[in-house]
Design a protein around this ligand. Structure first.
Ligand SMILES: C[S@@+](CC[C@H](N)C(=O)[O-])C[C@H]1O[C@@H](n2cnc3c(N)ncnc32)[C@H](O)[C@@H]1O
Length: 310
């Protein structure tokens, strides 16, 4: 961080409203409408303060359908500076306490909505789970791989509930999850709203057009997502694009199976993948494949494929 940057960041928070906005963004991601509800200020005024914090590089905006969320920039330096500044706000301050109370009400309402949505999909997932190996066995193997590499930046594509980010959080500096479904993202946001997961966040995006720059990540995971892809090659092209040289991609999905019923019941586009298909796709996009790891289950085999960018 340069001296100029520190001056710019400190200037941007030298205002009561902006300090309150920063304190809220340190506790989650919110829309302008939610900030307006919490702070009781007009929308133009709140928007103006948010713009100043974004321009300074403290906050960023992420679009999700018709909504725009504001959140802290995901860097260790920004998180650390923010924590140090916020530590000076006394917990007894009436404005800070009222902001916190209203913010908790908004979070509780989100949690209710996310739980209701998840209950609808969870029963389908349970049925599928009963046919394959315990998720924990696969997750353990994935954790070992990530722990060995300790990547700085990790992207989880098709993050769903944010489960993969949650289990990998101890081994990474920052984690991003991307998913097409705003409902799943609400579930993920509530799941990631826990101590120790501040460096993991999610945003809306399509695996065919990832909303990230080239070479942005050291590690990319795709857990039980590729079977939704009509064009798997396009997903591999995106994985390779957003990955740094010597980065690693892990793809976990089913080995070929005959459950035609999954197409209708679970909207799967593909009934599993063979080693040769995945290895072919990895090499087409300049990723060197390691030997796959298989997890045979009652009816379905789950396979973990690894590719490294040379
Ligand atoms: C079976 S869930 C897996 C979730 C998560 N990876 C896990 O293992 O817990 C598949 C996820 O892929 C997401 N998905 C499907 N198509 C997608 C696409 N084109 N782009 C991004 N996400 C997608 C779905 O919304 C869903 O959350």
């Amino acid at each position: 961080m340069t001296l100029d940057l520190v001056v710019r960041l400190l200037k941007s928070v030298s205002d009561e409203s902006r300090l309150r906005l920063l304190a809220m963004c340190a506790r989650g991601e919110f829309t302008v409408t939610e900030f307006v509800q919490i702070m009781g200020q007009s929308q133009p005024r709140v928007s103006r303060h948010l713009k100043i914090l974004c321009d300074a590089g403290l906050l960023e905006r992420v679009r999700e359908g018709n909504f725009v969320f504001y959140r802290l920039v995901n860097s260790a330096e920004i998180r650390s500076l923010t924590q140090q500044i916020l530590a000076f706000i006394p917990a007894s301050d009436a404005r800070a306490r009222s902001d916190q109370l209203r913010l908790n009400q908004i979070k509780d309402a989100r949690l209710d909505a996310a739980e209701k949505y998840f209950q609808q999909v969870a029963s389908k997932w349970e049925k599928l789970r009963s046919l394959h190996v315990e998720d924990l066995d696969v997750e353990r193997a994935l954790c070992e791989l990530v722990e060995r590499e300790m990547p700085e930046t990790l992207l989880d594509i098709g993050t769903g509930t944010g489960r993969i980010l949650e289990i990998l959080a101890p081994f990474i500096m920052s984690g991003e999850g991307v998913d097409l479904s705003p409902e799943m993202l609400s579930v993920a946001r509530t799941n990631l709203d826990k101590p120790g997961l501040e460096h993991c966040r999610v945003r809306q995006g399509n695996m065919y057009h990832l909303p990230y720059e080239d070479s942005a990540f050291d590690f990319v995971t795709l857990h039980q997502v590729l079977h939704y892809a009509g064009q798997p090659a396009d997903v591999f092209a995106e994985i390779s694009r957003v990955m740094r040289h010597s980065g690693t991609a892990v793809i976990i999905d089913f080995a070929p199976h005959n459950h035609e019923d999954f197409r209708e019941e679970f909207q799967h586009r593909r009934l599993g993948f063979s080693d040769s298909e995945i290895q072919g796709l990895l090499s087409q996009f300049h990723l060197t494949a390691s030997p796959p790891i298989e997890f045979p289950g009652r009816e379905l085999t789950v396979t973990l494929w690894t590719g490294r960018k040379a």
